[in-house]
Design a binder for this molecule. Structure first.
Ligand SMILES: CSC[C@H]1O[C@@H](n2cnc3c(O)ncnc32)[C@H](O)[C@@H]1O
Ligand SMILES: [Zn+2]
Length: 421
């Protein structure tokens, strides 16, 4: 079945034009003035704009179950005292219901693809497939510097990578958690497995100053230097946070084609103590992308809000109002994210994946409408999303996703049951 979107504003990182979009199967076939055929689904685009789906490159989807459970704490205390004890009680079904709720929230706020790091990959993949989303799912692990734990984890990761291959629109990945929970042997093996199974690697890097200092004390060298020595730095890697990197480390990561996921809301809320050195990343053409991190440290998955936080944080932290302008953060949240996930998406052009978001311009915050990109970044919220198409299929229409009440109810029940265990 083909879809024709008529008379719509078309906005991506390269252009803002008016016209029609024609979708055949899961790809954009034509953009411009399109006639269409008899059996097409026709969507009236008047008063609307179509943008590429937003790509959330760092989250832990099922952690929506912990939304507002532990707030106003520093990172390590938050993890060790509140989050990890609760995660120890999670069952696969909780993760399934949590991920479904996260997908619902993401679709309703214009995200079409996300990069997840959590446990129980089959539960996550099932939820993603049922919701019609696209996701990179990493089999996450900690080894806590224990040889036996590492061996067991690697076996599990390899099994998970095989299982993930059977799911449509799922990109498999390995998810070693962070430098303070995974040994260098574990990181080296992670990249080797990713290469063997043509997967990505998803990792937390340089989130706090303490992490950087501890690493130097333990290994006698900087973290990026050590990662380079073990062959960990390449285009398969999506490194979340990266707020405590030197300019030389940024240069090296750019040379190795690493992808960075910037998570400004989580960084500000957990008070990690610095802001992304975006100017240096831009100077060396490092692929900067955008993530929400989990709803336990954000506390939502709204990428519209995240775009605004990212650009405001840069301007405020570096006292530079011209830094990270609206067009740049829009490209970061669309095209750069798609590049990191290795998918041909993020532009509205023939041959690109039909991962598209139609927004309703009849909102007070889009009025009077002097500059649509500026309105999308600085004024909009996720509630402007009207219709979402992922892989050529309509997954949300007129602001509604099928079964949304039930998804919320089941996730609420799972969260309450988890807390009472
Ligand atoms: C191994 S699954 C992912 C693991 O990461 C934890 N987590 C969530 N947010 C953060 C963050 O900002 N920094 C470090 N770790 C984080 C999550 O609770 C899971 O245990
Ligand atoms: Zn995270």
């Amino acid at each position: 079945m083909s879809i024709l979107i008529k008379d719509v504003k078309i906005v991506d990182a390269r252009k803002a034009v008016e016209g029609d979009i024609y979708i055949e199967e899961n790809r954009i076939a034509e953009v411009g003035e399109v006639k269409g055929k008899k059996d097409d689904i026709v969507i009236d685009g008047k008063g609307k704009a179509v943008i590429p789906g937003l790509v959330n490159t760092h989250t832990h989807a099922a952690m929506v179950l912990f939304r507002s459970y532990a707030d106003d704490m520093p990172l390590m205390e938050w993890l060790e005292k509140k989050i990890w004890p609760l995660e120890a009680k999670l069952k696969p079904d909780d993760i399934y219901h949590g991920t479904k709720l996260a997908c619902l929230e993401m679709i309703k706020s214009g995200t079409t693809a996300f990069n997840d790091m959590y446990f129980e990959v089959e539960s996550i993949a099932k939820a993603v497939e049922e919701m019609g989303m696209r996701a990179c799912i990493s089999s996450a692990f900690f080894d806590f510097f224990d040889k036996q734990r590492l061996e067991e984890s690697l076996k599990k990761v390899e099994d998970d990578l095989k299982k993930l291959r059977k799911f449509k629109n799922v990109i498999p990945a390995v998810g070693p958690h962070a430098p303070y929970t995974v040994s260098l042997d574990g990181l080296k093996a992670s990249m080797e497995l990713a290469e063997k199974y043509d997967a990505l690697v998803h990792f937390h890097l340089a989130e706090t100053k303490g992490e950087i200092e501890e690493f130097k004390k333990k290994y006698g060298k900087g973290i990026v230097e050590a990662l380079n020595e073990i062959g960990f730095l390449n285009e398969r890697l999506i490194a979340a946070h990266c707020v405590w990197l030197s300019e030389e480390e940024i240069r090296l990561m750019a040379e190795k084609n690493v992808n960075v996921s910037h998570c400004p809301a989580s960084n500000m809320k957990l008070c990690v103590g610095s802001a992304l050195n975006y100017s240096a990343m831009k100077k060396y053409s490092l692929n900067v992308t955008l993530g929400t991190d989990s709803a336990a440290s954000n506390n939502n998955l709204d990428m519209f809000e995240e775009m605004k936080f990212a650009t405001l944080l840069q301007k405020y932290h570096y006292s530079a109002p011209t830094l990270m302008n609206a067009a740049e953060i829009f490209e970061i949240a669309t095209l750069n994210g798609a590049k990191a996930l290795g998918i041909k998406a993020g532009l509205i052009e023939s041959g690109y994946l039909a991962d598209l978001v139609m927004i309703d311009l009849k909102k007070p915050y889009f009025t009077p409408g002097h500059n649509l990109i500026a309105d999308i970044v600085y004024s909009a919220k996720g509630d402007c999303v009207d219709t979402v198409i992922i892989d050529g299929k309509v997954v949300m229409e007129g602001g509604k996703v099928e079964g949304e009440e039930k998804i919320m109810e089941e996730a609420r029940e799972a969260a309450l049951d988890l807390i009472s265990r």
